[in-house]
Design a protein around this ligand. Structure first.
Ligand SMILES: [Zn+2]
Ligand SMILES: [Zn+2]
Length: 137
């Protein structure tokens, strides 16, 4: 644990992980987030700039929430982002659906390989258990 100064209020606090914000500012930010989310749901045509002005949050903060996929703008709002991989137009997150599918496929291949290894190991283990069981008989 280290002591850092809060990005927002400059107070010193025990930093663990995540954004460099003290507990109070983090809670404030969460409160703000739910307000912003509600605002966007109620004002589907609002742009990032309008939301920023209405809600008194920085455009940077809103963009961060979008990148984290916590906020998404409707089609009507005209808010568009670019996929970080192929620059396709997206509405939330960092990657387009096609790139996400590609990532998931890569990941699931790794996962499948790992699972195959694990189940092989389990099979071996259950055979050993069986033998141990039979041996005890
Ligand atoms: Zn703070
Ligand atoms: Zn993409």
């Amino acid at each position: 644990m280290e002591v850092k100064s809060c990005r927002n209020c400059r107070r010193l606090f025990n930093y663990i992980s995540g954004p460099r914000l003290c507990q109070e500012c983090k809670e404030e930010l969460e409160k703000k987030f739910s307000e912003v989310k509600k605002f966007i749901e109620e004002h589907k045509n609002a742009t990032v700039n309008q939301v920023s002005e209405e809600m008194e949050v920085s455009v940077g903060q809103i963009n961060q929430w979008i990148r984290e996929e916590r906020l998404s703008f409707s089609e009507e709002s005209g808010v568009l982002l670019q996929c970080e991989k192929c620059a396709a137009k997206i509405r939330t997150g960092r990657y387009c659906d096609a790139c996400k599918v590609a990532f998931t496929r890569e990941l699931s291949n790794v996962y499948k390989r790992d699972m195959a290894n694990i189940s092989r190991a389990n099979e071996k283990k259950s055979e050993e258990d069986k033998m141990r069981f039979l041996g005890r008989k």
